[in-house]
Design a protein around this ligand. Structure first.
Ligand SMILES: [Zn+2]
Length: 375
């Protein structure tokens, strides 16, 4: 996820990394991507004679960073890691890991440890430990792929030089930035781009089925949500991810991609009136519109409710109108937020805007309904 207007911590990190950019968050993501590109091209690029798949890409990146990834699938793995690092290499911090992963208040999903006693040419100077255990009360198993890339992204940014890493909460601007780097690398575009194009074929919209085929095709360990968000980042057309919950259904979360965000923020008043006028004529012939706003109730006769219940096929929603309320937070799924159009859009006030729905899919998952909206 991208948030415009980087924080002082992000500026400081960019400075430490020697990155000069008017937008340090963008500068850092681009810097990490270029570093990865350079390493890939050094050994023959992406393809049959070089890096063949995402697993080979991960091996290359971690090797270059002198780091290894340890995954915990079962309780025995804690003993294995303790034996190897605490008993074998006198790195005692590894003996206390279980407590950090099982902490009731704030359980860790992954940790990155810099070994104190490592030698300069040791391949395991940094060790990322990732909790991959299946537990109904947490999403650790589903998120294991993204957690791993999050720790690799830390190594490329906050843990680039010997430091004293601070604990950071989930909403910390540095954590958000590290997630952006993780998505850029974990869904490396030379693999994602062609696969997304293949999945889309001649369609103009992205479906649940296409996401699943992209996972199976190139990112076998990735979660549905992180793959979906990575695809939305690349998609040039407006797309909005929504979560709905409770009974009656209420919209809980709205996350636009960059193209939708620009529409939201960037339409000037004249364009807006124009569109509303011609849409209004269309509305008379096709029925109601839906207000897309956090906290908004979704009634039983709404298309969202009916699509989620399987009572309505998604190709029946053609020409339904959506009124997007101004987003309550400046967060969107983008890759490089300083793309000219977006920075201009951010300067302008946001307001309601209306889109003609081109595609809607909704699905019930435990505890909520997720919906993909394209217009
Ligand atoms: Zn982190």
């Amino acid at each position: 996820m991208i948030r415009p207007n980087p924080s002082p911590e992000v500026y400081e990190l960019a400075r430490c990394l020697g990155i000069e950019s008017t937008d340090p968050a963008v500068g850092i993501v681009v810097h990490c991507r270029q570093l990865a590109d350079r390493w890939v091209s050094e050994i023959g690029g992406v393809g049959p004679s070089g890096i063949q798949n995402i697993a080979a890409f991960e091996s290359l990146i971690t090797r270059k960073l002198s780091m290894v990834v340890e995954e915990i699938y079962a309780e025995d793995d804690f003993d294995r890691i303790t034996n190897h690092y605490a008993r074998g290499k006198s790195e005692y911090v590894f003996a206390g890991l279980r407590a950090r992963f099982d902490d009731l208040e704030n359980p860790a999903f992954g940790v990155l440890i810099q070994r104190n006693l490592a030698l300069a040419d040791d391949p395991d100077q940094f060790v990322a430990v990732v909790d991959c255990r299946e537990d109904p009360s947490s999403e650790k198993y589903a998120r294991r792929y993204f957690t791993k890339w999050h720790e690799i992204a830390h190594r490329m940014t906050t843990h680039r030089f010997p430091t004293d890493p601070a604990y950071r909460g989930e909403d910390d601007p540095i954590e958000t930035l590290v997630d952006a780097v993780a998505s850029e690398l974990g869904f490396y575009e030379p693999f994602l781009g062609p696969e997304l194009e293949r999945a889309l074929a001649n369609e103009n919209w992205l479906t649940f089925e296409m996401i699943q085929s992209i996972i199976e095709g190139v990112f076998p360990d990735a979660s549905f949500q992180s793959t979906l968000f990575a695809c939305m980042r690349l998609l040039p057309t407006p797309m909005v991810y929504m979560e709905l919950a409770d009974e009656p259904l209420r919209i809980q979360k709205i996350l636009p991609n960059a193209a939708a965000y620009v529409h939201w923020k960037g339409l000037d008043a004249a364009t807006c009136v124009d569109r509303v006028l011609c849409d209004r004529e269309r509305e008379d012939s096709v029925g109601r519109s839906t207000r897309i706003c956090c906290g908004e109730l979704v009634h039983r006769d709404s298309i969202f409710y009916r699509v989620a219940s399987g009572n309505l096929l998604y190709d029946q929603i053609e020409h339904h109108l959506c009124d997007f309320a101004p987003p309550e937070s400046d967060t969107y799924l983008g890759r490089f937020p300083s793309e000219q159009n977006i920075s201009q859009a951010i300067m302008r006030p946001s307001h309601n805007h209306r889109g003609v729905l081109a595609h809607l899919q909704a699905r019930r998952v435990p505890g909520k309904v997720i919906a993909l909206l394209q217009y």
